[in-house]
Design a binder for this molecule. Structure first.
Ligand code: URP
Ligand code: ZN
Ligand code: ZN
Length: 485
């Protein structure tokens, strides 16, 4: 089997920075050391050799709001690789009343053209004995240990608190981890109707309809319900201080909660919705919406302090034409933005180059932390012997201006248009295959493999132990008084 060596680079992991070569064979790292040689050499002089990015939050070819998100697994994973991301995790969404296993079959069919490795989260969009029973098969036979719940999108994907509690209880029993989209869907529906009735029909009303309070309330509610059910909790797209505060507080109380800000919320703000150009504003409509600078500062502080754990994209790309479904009624603008190709250079430029986070923290929040949470570390998220050779060789001296004209995503605009970014990949390897070389794509649609993930990760096991130890116990009494009757 031919070998490759990444030579003369600086390895940067979540906890170490050191000079060494990396030798690869049969898709895996087989040696790390000085002066290595192999059949093919990839020169990493002046570059950082890091675990490939993992984006745990994508919606590729997702049926949503009367249409489908425009990037499928082929264009989405091509965009991912171009930006240094070597694994994506997409959400399999059952229709109301649909079997979880049937929904997974649909996602299996969609993902056959993936160019990098991928996994699925299962969404719980309705509740019944069938869902309860199928969850076990999803976990034990399909290798999926994360289940998403929407507290928003009333009348579509939203689940109620009783369903949430039942699902969380079941997941605790199965050693799996619940995730939540935390916005109070009932309040959003009321606010939206009121705004429309008052003549607020434009994209800016989307932001008015989803204030930080709806996110803070739902985050806190989900945290408390998870705690009562004895389950850990992963909160997706944390966009504001109210939600971050609930997560911070829970962490300080010993609850097992993780928060995921998006690169969009970290770097773009609510002023985008007040743009005179309807298309400009509508292209940025997503849930939760972009916030102000104070909220952004809170998210950055969460990354540097460790109270927030992962930076994702929630890549859910709609074309301008699709966004125009909502002309005259902001509630019909398909919610979602792109970001897969831009997450790594944007976070490096606005995070590492500004000194907000270190290089090692950058690796932690783009790759290693989520690999641990998803229970696929060190297969993914590591530069270690035996790990998959999913590697990004980042050249800090390279730079570009982001523009839709040259992007891999299939949509006709980019929400980061015009941003100057540095640190671009010199090479991106997916299980040893060099998919990107100096900006040239050499990816293979269909190369990507499904990553199965076992339940009962260490956090789930510890939490179950603690919950069993602190569960209500009957007091053993020597004598019980006679009843008064
Ligand atoms: N975030 C968003 O606006 N669209 C994608 C679906 C979701 O994650 O809520
Ligand atoms: Zn969401
Ligand atoms: Zn999402």
């Amino acid at each position: 089997m031919a070998t490759k060596v990444i030579k003369d680079g600086t390895i940067v992991t979540a906890d170490l920075t050191y000079k060494a070569d990396v030798k690869i064979e049969d898709g895996k790292i087989i040696e790390i050391g000085q002066g290595l040689s192999g059949d093919e050499t990839l020169d990493a002089t002046g570059c950082y050799v890091m675990p490939g990015g993992i984006d745990p939050h994508t919606h590729l070819e997702m049926p949503f709001m009367g249409t489908y998100s425009s990037d499928d697994f082929e264009s989405g994973t091509r965009a991912a690789l171009a930006g240094g991301t070597t694994m994506v995790v997409d959400f399999a969404l059952p229709n109301p009343g649909e079997s979880l296993l049937d929904a997974l079959k649909r996602w299996d069919n969609k993902s056959t053209r993936a160019a990098c490795d991928y996994s699925f989260h299962m969404a719980v969009t309705w509740w019944s004995e069938q869902v309860f029973n199928e969850m076990e098969t999803v976990v034990k036979e399909r290798g999926i240990n994360t289940f998403k719940h929407f507290l928003a999108y009333k009348g579509a994907l939203m689940v109620n608190d009783d369903e949430l509690y039942s699902s969380f209880m079941r997941l605790a029993e199965l050693g799996a981890t619940p995730m939540v989209h935390a916005e109070n869907g009932d309040v959003v529906a009321e606010l939206s109707a009121k705004l429309l009735a008052e003549g607020n029909t434009g994209p800016e009303a989307h932001a008015y309809s989803r204030p930080p309070q709806v996110e803070g309330e739902a985050t806190n509610r989900a945290i408390m319900i998870a705690d009562m059910a004895g389950a850990p909790l992963y909160v997706v797209h944390v966009s504001c201080e109210e939600s971050h505060e609930a997560i911070r507080r829970a962490k300080m109380q010993g609850k097992r909660v993780w928060g995921e800000p998006l690169i969009q919320h970290l770097t773009l703000d609510e002023s985008e919705y007040f743009n005179q150009d309807w298309d400009h504003a509508a292209r940025r409509v997503m849930s939760p919406p972009f916030r102000n600078k104070q909220h952004q500062d809170s998210l950055w502080a969460g990354l540097s302090s460790g109270t927030l754990s992962v930076v994702a994209t929630d890549h859910c790309a709609f074309t301008t034409e699709q966004k125009r479904y909502g002309v005259g009624d902001f509630t019909k603008i398909p919610n979602g933005t792109g970001g897969l190709e831009d997450r790594i250079p944007m976070l490096w430029t606005y995070g590492v180059e500004t000194g907000r986070i270190t290089m090692n923290e950058f690796v932690a929040v783009t790759s290693t932390n989520i690999a641990k949470i998803l229970n696929c570390y060190p297969k993914k998220g590591a530069i270690l012997v035996g790990a998959d050779a999913d590697i990004m060789v980042l050249d800090p001296a390279k730079s570009k201006t982001i523009t839709a004209d040259t992007q891999q995503s299939s949509i006709d605009y980019n929400v980061f248009e015009g941003k100057e970014v540095s640190a671009l990949p010199r090479y991106v390897l997916t299980r040893g295959h060099v998919a990107v070389m100096d900006g040239e794509m050499n990816h293979k649609p269909g190369w990507g493999e499904f990553v199965a993930r076992e339940p009962n990760a260490t956090v789930n096991t510890s939490l179950s132990k603690w919950k069993a130890l602190t569960a209500p116990q009957p007091v053993q009494r020597s004598g019980i008084p006679a009843t008064g009757v």
